[in-house]
Design a protein around this ligand. Structure first.
Ligand SMILES: N[C@@H](CCC(=O)NCCCC(=O)O)C(=O)O
Length: 249
C-alpha cells in the first residue's frame, strides 16, 4: 500500500469577467510543497453543497487551506472595511463548508495566509481587518513591489514551528494586511513577528493536528527549513491514518 497520503487543497476562483471565462487556479508552491514532502495533492475547485464536501473529505487524509484574498468580515458579523478585497463568494462559501467539516472530523489541516485566518474565525477567534490601522506600530507585512517580502519571526521553542526553525534568526515570507486578533479557543500562538503580529497558531487539542501560518512557507523564496512545515504536516497525516487503521483492525 502506498505511503503517500492524498492531501486536499482548495483552489482559488475568479468569476467570469468581460471576455474571460470563470476559472479556478492554485499557485504551484502549494502543491509542489506537498509533493516534495511526500504527499499527493488533490486540487479542489469551489464546491457548493455539504454532501460534495463530505464525499471529498472521505477521499483525502489531510487538507491544506491556501492563501488568497480576504474573508468577508460580514460573514462573521463584522462591518466591511474599505481595505478589504473579499474572496469570490463561491470560494469563500466552499472554504467555510470545508473548514467546518474538517473541524468536525478532526482531520489534519494546515492553513496558510487566508487559510489560517479562516481556521481561526471558524473556531471562534477573530481578526484585525487592517494591520496599518489596528496596529499602527507594526512593521510592513506586505510589499506590493516585492512578492517575496520578508520579516523576522520569534517562535515558541516547545511548538511545531519552534522544532522546525530552531534557534537563530528566522526570516519568513509575508503578504497580508489582516491578522489574528483573538486566538480561537483550543489554539495557541506559536510564532509572532517581533512587532507582536501573530504569525503561527497550533491546536492544543490532543485529537486534532491543526496548524496555521500567516507567513508563506510555500512561496518561491521559501527556505530549506520552510519545507519542514510541510514534512511535519504530511507525517501527522500518515500518523493519523495509521491510527485509524489500527482502530478498525
Ligand atoms: N486576507 C489575507 C490574505 C493573506 C494571504 O493569504 N496572502 C497570500 C495571497 C496570495 C496567495 O494565494 O498565496 C490578508 O490578510 O491580506
Amino acid at each position: 500500500m502506498s505511503n503517500k497520503p492524498l492531501i486536499g487543497m482548495n483552489a482559488d476562483f475568479r468569476a467570469a469577467a468581460r471576455s474571460m471565462p470563470a476559472y479556478s487556479y492554485i499557485a504551484a508552491g502549494y502543491f509542489q510543497s506537498i509533493i516534495n514532502a511526500g504527499g499527493v495533492p488533490v486540487v479542489v475547485p469551489p464546491l457548493s453543497d455539504p454532501e460534495s464536501v463530505s464525499t471529498l473529505l472521505d477521499s483525502v487524509s489531510g487538507f491544506v487551506l491556501i492563501g488568497g484574498a480576504d474573508l468577508d468580515p460580514r460573514n462573521d458579523g463584522f462591518m466591511l472595511h474599505p481595505s478589504v478585497r473579499p474572496l469570490d463568494p463561491a470560494r469563500e462559501t466552499s472554504d467555510r463548508m470545508i473548514m467546518a467539516e474538517i473541524a468536525e472530523r478532526r482531520m489534519p489541516v494546515l492553513g496558510i495566509g487566508t487559510g489560517m485566518q479562516l481556521m481561526n474565525v471558524q473556531q471562534g477567534g477573530n481578526l484585525f481587518l487592517h494591520i496599518k490601522e489596528d496596529l499602527p506600530g507594526a512593521v510592513p507585512h506586505h510589499d506590493p513591489q516585492d512578492p517575496n517580502h520578508r520579516h523576522t519571526l520569534d517562535v515558541e521553542s516547545d511548538s511545531l514551528v519552534g522544532r522546525v526553525y530552531g534557534d537563530g534568526e528566522i526570516r519568513v515570507s509575508s503578504r497580508h494586511h489582516m491578522a489574528i486578533d483573538e486566538v480561537a479557543p483550543g489554539f495557541r500562538v506559536t510564532a509572532r513577528c517581533p512587532d507582536g503580529v501573530i504569525e503561527a497558531i497550533e491546536s492544543e487539542m490532543m485529537d486534532w493536528f491543526a496548524i496555521g501560518t500567516q507567513f508563506h512557507p510555500e512561496c518561491g523564496a521559501a527556505s530549506a527549513l520552510d519545507i519542514r512545515i510541510f514534512e511535519e504536516f504530511v507525517d501527522a497525516v500518515r500518523e493519523r491514518t495509521e491510527q485509524e487503521i489500527r482502530l478498525v483492525a
